[in-house]
Design a protein around this ligand. Sequence first.
Ligand code: 0R9
Length: 692
Amino acid sequence: MAEKSYNADDLKVLEGLEAVRVRPGMYIGSTGVKGLHHILWEIVDNAVDEAANGYADEITVVLHKDGSASVEDNGRGMPTDINTKTGMSGVELIFTKLHAGGKFDSGNYAFSGGLHGVGASVTNALSKWLNVEVYRKNVFTMGFTSRYDAKQKKWLCGIPSSKLVNTNKKTVKKGTLVRFMPDNEVFETVEWNYDTVSKRLKELAFLNKGVQINFRDEREMFKTVTETGDDGEDIETKVALPMHQPLTYKFDGGLKDFVNYLNDGKTALYPQPLYFSTVKDIQIKGAPAGKIKIEFALSHTKNDDESLYSFVNNISTVEGGYHELGFRNGLLKAVNDYARNNGVLKAKDAPFVVDDVKEGLTAVLTVQMNNVEFEGQTKTKLGNPEAKAPVERAVIEGLTQLMNTRGNKAAFDEIAKKAKFAADDRIKHRAERDVAKAASENDGLNLIGKLAPCSGKNPEMNELFIVEGDSAGGTAKQARVRQFQSILPLRGKPLNVQKKTALQALQNEEIKTLVSAIGAGFNRSFEVEKTKYKKVIILSDADQDGMHIRCILLTFFFKYMRDLVAAGYVYIGMPPLYKVYKKDIVEYAYDDKELDEKIKKVGKGYSLQRYKGLGEMSAEQLWETTMNPATRNLIQVTLEDITQAAQMIEMLMGDKVEGRKQFLNENADFNKVDGFIEKVNVVKQNTVGEEV
Ligand code: 0R9
C-alpha cells in the first residue's frame, strides 16, 4: 500500500471494502453456497447489462480447475481512461468503489440488472484475487488481492496490485474478462454448483433475447474420498464424477421461447405465445421521474394451473409484488373486454374474475426500473406500488393491440372460451358448496320426517342405514337400536347421478337428504372427517330393483363422497334370501348354496320362506338377519384401485350403452376383475341381468 498514492477519498473507498469483509452477510445475504454464487452473479449481471444495452451479444462463463470463475463479454470493454476527478480508471472504480444502495451510476445504461446492486467491488472484496482484462484494441490488465494484515490487524481487501496496465499487446477482441477466486476464508463452501449456474444462465438467456451465453465447467471431475481402513488408517480413493457438458444458450425468441419452454409437456391452446414490450413513465416516491420497461409473453394451456414467472431487473420475483398485480389486472380487463365484445360474455353474465383468466396461463413478465425495493421473506417481492399502474396499462395496451392484429383472433377466442369455462365452473362449484353447506347446516329442517336419527353422537359407533322403500324403512325404524342406528328410508329410486351434473344431483330431494344426513359436505367440499357415521349401510331388496338402487347409491358415493368409500365407511347390507324353519328352529340363507346347507341342518319337515323384499320381514327378523352387528352380513365397499373402479362405474352407469354391453361381455367373470368388483359383484351381476 505504501508505494501507491491514494488520496483521502480513496482511503474511504478502501475502508468501504473492508466493511464487506467484516460483515459479508450484509452485502450478499449469506456466506453459504447462495452467497458464493451471488458474487458470481454480480459479475455476470454487469456483462448482461452491457449486452442488454446493445453493446455485447456473447457472454462466456467458465468454472476453472483451480476453483476460480471467469466471465467474459464482447462489449465495449470497461472504460480504461482516467477520471480526472478521482484519478482512477473505470476499471479501478468498478472494483474498488462500494456501490451501496445502487448500481454503479455510469449514466450510460438506461436500466441495469442485479439484485442488491452492490456491484463488482463486493466480488473483489470477497475474493482472494481478482484479475481483469479489457480488450480495446490493446489488452489492458489490472489485478486485485485480499489478505489479512496481522501487523495492522485488519483486512486489506480488493487492493489493486497496480494501476490499470496497458500491455500494448494488440487484440482484435473487444470486451471485458473478469476472473476471480472466491476466498475460502469467507465462504463456508467455495464449490460452484453446476446446476445453479447453468439454470441461472439459461434464465438470463431467455430474458435477454439473442444474447449467446456459453458455460464451461473445467473443474477436475475427480473427487477424493477418504475412508477409514481396517486398521484405522485413511484410505484415499479418487472417484470420477460425471463430466459436465459445455452449454450454449441463445434464444432469439426471448420471452416467447421462455414460455414455450415452460409449456413443455402441456398442450397450448394456440400455437405461439402473445408478446408485447413497451416503456412507460414511472414516478417512484422520493426519486426523480423515471422510466419502466415492461415486457411480457403469455400463453394458455389445457391445464388449469397458473405459472406466472416475473422478474425485476432480471431478478426472479418469486414472491410476486406490484408488477404482478398490475399484470393480472391488465389481463383481466383485456380478456373481459374481448369476451364482452365478441359474445363470449352475454349481457346477463357477470364479468370474469382474476382466477378465471389465469386458469391454464403460462406467462413471463419482466420489468426493468430504477430505485427498486425488494420485500418479502426472501426479498423476492417487488415492493414499489408505483409499478402497478404502468404495468397494468402496458398489458391492456399490449393485449388490445394484439387482439386487433390479424391472425390473433383464434388465440383470443381460446383465451375467452377458457375463461368462460373457468367462470362457469367456479359459479357451479360455489352454488354446489352453498347448497351442500345449507344442506349440512339445515339438517334439522331438511331431514324432518325423513331421517330417524340415532341419539348417540359418536361417528365411530354410529350407523346410517339407507333403506329402500317406506315400508321397509318403517320396519327398520322399529328394529333398530336407537342409540347408534339411524334409518333413512328412500322413496323410490334415487337419481342416477352419473348422467347428472353435481348441481342437478343436489336438486334431487333424496340426495339432498343423504348429504344432510351424512353431514360432511359434498363433492369438492366433502370432508370425510366430518362424517356423522363411520358405517353407511345400503339396505335394499335382493331383487333387480334393489340391485339398481345399490348401484345408483354406490355411483353417488363414488362420485361425490369418494373419500367415504376410500375410508371404508360404505357397506352393503345383505338381507337373507330364505328363511328355513321348523317349530322353534329358524335358519336364514343368503344364497342358494347356503339354502341347501340350512335345509339339511333343519332337517325333514322344514318350511321355507323366500323373501322378495325387506318389507316382508318382521322387525325382529330384520334385526336378527340384517341389522344386528353380531349376526348380520355386511359387505364393505373398498376401493383398491380407484381409477379402475371409476372406469367401471362410468361403464356401468354412464351414457354409453354400447361400451357397457361390450364391457360386460368381455368381463363375464366378474369375480376375477379386482377388489372393488369382487366386493360389489352382486351389483354387477344384477346389472347385467337388467341392463344387457
Ligand atoms: C465481464 C463482466 N463485464 C463487466 O463487468 C463489464 C462492465 C462494463 C462496462 C462497460 C462495458 N463493458 C463492461 N463489461 C462500459 C463501457 C463504457 C461505458 N459504460 C459501460 C464506455 O466505454 O464508455 N461498464 C460498467 C460500468 C462502467 N463500465 C463504468 F462505470 F466504468 F463506466
